[in-house]
Design a binder for this molecule. Structure first.
Ligand SMILES: NC(=O)c1ccc[n+]([C@@H]2O[C@H](COP(=O)([O-])OP(=O)(O)OC[C@H]3O[C@@H](n4cnc5c(N)ncnc54)[C@H](O)[C@@H]3O)[C@@H](O)[C@H]2O)c1
Ligand SMILES: [Fe+2]
Length: 381
């Protein structure tokens, strides 16, 4: 039996198969009467989205959808979304989708009523205090992938389409007020997306677990998150209809996002510029660079990774853990290196410059500088 539960941590979460039908209740609890459902183009035409719009319509919430959202969404998508929000007289957002739809929905809710430009709300120090918190609209989040954990996060990733830089936009009030985690919504994910998003969840847990900052709560969540991915990702990949595995992956995804309050690291620092420049899938890119980053960080993480391996039932300590990652990537059909994603050697310098500027770089257990990150990226090609 797939699990069913109501959680209040880190926000109100209705977890369980079929619970999308509780969307009207979630909107009411968030104080939303005229929602704009934000999703991406691909999802807009799928039955899960149409059924969700039907549920909204039957409850008198209308069925207005904004789907002009690219994978790795950008500021143009955001402007168009804000215009749709204003034109429709909406009072809140249903952020529906993978990370792309969730993040853009959250950012529309953040920016619909602000004077400050979105780039000035990057996740740096207390920049978020520049926003007028009172103007932020309520958000109900409904994930349809199991990876980013954006449904329980306080950030949205936005690509600057001119500079090709991915920026993390942060405000504590974009943590969705209500979340519906319904694993049935993830059943139709294409296999490659199941694989890539699942490895994003794993990367969040792994990088949070390895980051040097003091945060034992996140440490514990990250460890169990990694175990859940080990036990369930391949099951979900092989049999998309396995609702128990889908549910456990949804938990792992949410856990990854809670855990990475502790920090991320070089996997994300490299993956962000690669995604922005080559338009690759975020989680898949993380999976591609994971092994070289693990080996690069070995001097700083050997002991904690040995403990993680023991907890996860992996034999062989650090080397066994690396073998597990290599085997999982291979079984999931993850590309072998960044070359297969289209990255070429002449771009290393630019990628390295962007990676070192990425906020995730500061959480890497081995201190990063321009020289060693160039070497590391070269090892990923
Ligand atoms: N906010 C955060 O904390 C956070 C964390 C990690 C990543 N991200 C961001 O999230 C984005 C990636 O999100 P993602 O990996 O979930 O991918 P995505 O949202 O880009 O979706 C990938 C593809 O899968 C399709 N899809 C999604 N759910 C589906 C379903 N149930 N059935 C069929 N097709 C489905 C989408 O239409 C899309 O084509 C990136 O922009 C990344 O930077 C955000
Ligand atoms: Fe990620």
């Amino acid at each position: 039996m797939p699990p069913i539960a109501n959680w209040s941590y880190p926000t109100a979460i209705r977890f369980g198969a079929g619970r999308i039908k509780e969307l009207p209740g979630a909107c009411a609890a968030a104080g939303i009467k005229r929602p704009l459902l934000v999703t991406d183009r691909g999802l807009a035409g799928l039955p899960i989205t149409q059924q969700t719009l039907d549920i909204m319509e039957r409850a008198g919430l209308g069925r207005v959808v904004f789907a002009d959202v690219d994978p790795n969404p950008n500021e143009k998508n955001l402007s168009a979304g804000i215009a749709a929000f204003e034109a429709g007289g909406h009072d809140g957002v249903i952020a529906f989708g993978g990370g792309s739809g969730l993040d853009l929905g959250k950012l529309i809710a953040l920016m619909a009523d602000q004077i400050v430009p979105v780039w000035e709300l990057e996740d740096i120090g207390d920049w978020w205090t520049r926003a007028d918190a009172g103007g932020i609209k309520p958000i109900v989040a409904v994930p349809t992938t199991a990876g980013t954990g954006s449904e329980v996060g306080r950030a949205g990733v936005l690509t600057n389409s001119e500079s090709e830089v991915k920026k993390i936009i942060f405000h504590p009030k974009i943590l969705p007020a209500q979340v519906i985690c319904d694993p049935e919504l993830t059943v139709g994910m294409p296999r490659a997306i199941t694989a890539g998003t699942g490895m994003d969840a794993f990367a969040h847990c792994l990088e949070a677990y390895c980051s040097p900052f003091y945060h034992p709560m996140s440490q514990g969540i990250a460890l169990e998150g990694m175990r859940l991915v080990k036990a369930n990702l391949l099951r979900a990949y092989k049999n998309g209809g396995d609702l128990e595995a889908r549910a456990e992956m949804m938990s792992a995804a949410a856990m990854g996002a809670v855990a990475f309050q502790k920090g991320l690291g070089a996997i994300h620092a490299i993956s962000h510029p690669v995604g922005a420049m080559y338009h690759t899938h975020h989680g898949t890119t993380n999976a591609v660079v994971m092994l070289p980053v693990l080996r690069f960080n070995r001097p700083a993480i050997e002991e904690p990774i040995e403990r993680a391996a023991a907890y996860m039932g992996i034999i062989g300590g650090f080397d066994g853990f690396c073998d597990f990652v290599a085997g999982l990537n291979a079984a999931l059909g993850i590309p072998k290196n960044l070359t297969e994603l289209g990255v070429t050697a002449p771009d290393i310098d630019r990628l390295a410059g962007m990676a070192i500027e990425d906020p995730s770089a500061g959480g890497n257990p081995v201190a990063l500088n321009l020289d060693n990150i160039k070497t590391l990226i070269a090892l990923c090609l």
